[in-house]
Write a protein of this length. Structure first.
Length: 201
């Protein structure tokens, strides 16, 4: 009799367990769905960033080509450019993430300034470069800052007219040393200087 009395209680308890399991299954399923949705969102975000970086690099490369073409065009328009030749070239280097002109760079720029003074009709191309550290956009701007530092130095110290100086940045796109070479990064942190003019004054 006692066992029969306990049967409804046991049945009710079992029903509660069954209903509870159903709730747990629904809860787990919902958690899995939420997790999958978050993962999908993260994947899409990463993919969008990758696409954005690729687009940025493509844009910067196109800009570098345009600037190079403008510099070439400006030089070609110089009077008598068909008789112009490279009369001097040099290179200055920079510390990591820096665009400051040190004493060594200053001595090379002094040589460039003296050459520009000796050839009044000459023009100079000042090209900024960086090592491979950092993003393409950051290095493009850093290369531009380095080239402009050299340009300011020549303008301040020698009074070289701005229209005679052409600045371009290649960022990290034109390394002179490969990554596996010794001191590759320090060699790539540079500004190249090329003076064009008549060999006869």
């Amino acid at each position: 009799m006692k066992k029969l009395y306990m049967l409804p209680v046991l049945l009710a308890f079992m029903a509660l367990l069954v209903s509870g399991c159903g709730v747990n299954k629904d809860y787990v399923a919902q958690q899995i769905a939420d997790s999958e949705a978050k993962t999908d969102a993260k994947i899409k975000t990463v993919a969008n960033k990758t696409d954005s970086n690729d687009a940025e690099i493509t844009k910067l490369k196109a800009l570098a080509v345009q600037l190079s073409e403008k510099a070439d065009m400006a030089i070609n328009k110089a009077s008598g450019f068909e008789n112009y030749q490279i009369i001097w070239s040099g290179e200055i280097t920079f510390n990591f993430d820096s665009y400051e002109i040190d004493n060594v760079a200053g001595s090379i720029l002094n040589e460039a300034g003296e050459k520009l003074e000796s050839y009044p009709g000459s023009v100079i191309e000042i090209a900024g470069h960086t090592d491979a550290t950092g993003s393409a956009s950051y290095n493009f701007l850093l290369g531009e800052k380095r080239a402009n530092s050299a340009k300011r130095y020549l303008a301040d110290r020698f009074g070289i007219s701005l229209y005679r100086m052409f600045v371009i940045s290649y960022g990290k796109s034109k390394p002179v040393a490969l990554p596996d070479e010794r001191n590759a990064s320090s060699k790539n942190r540079r500004v190249t200087l090329t003076i064009w003019g008549h060999l006869t004054k």
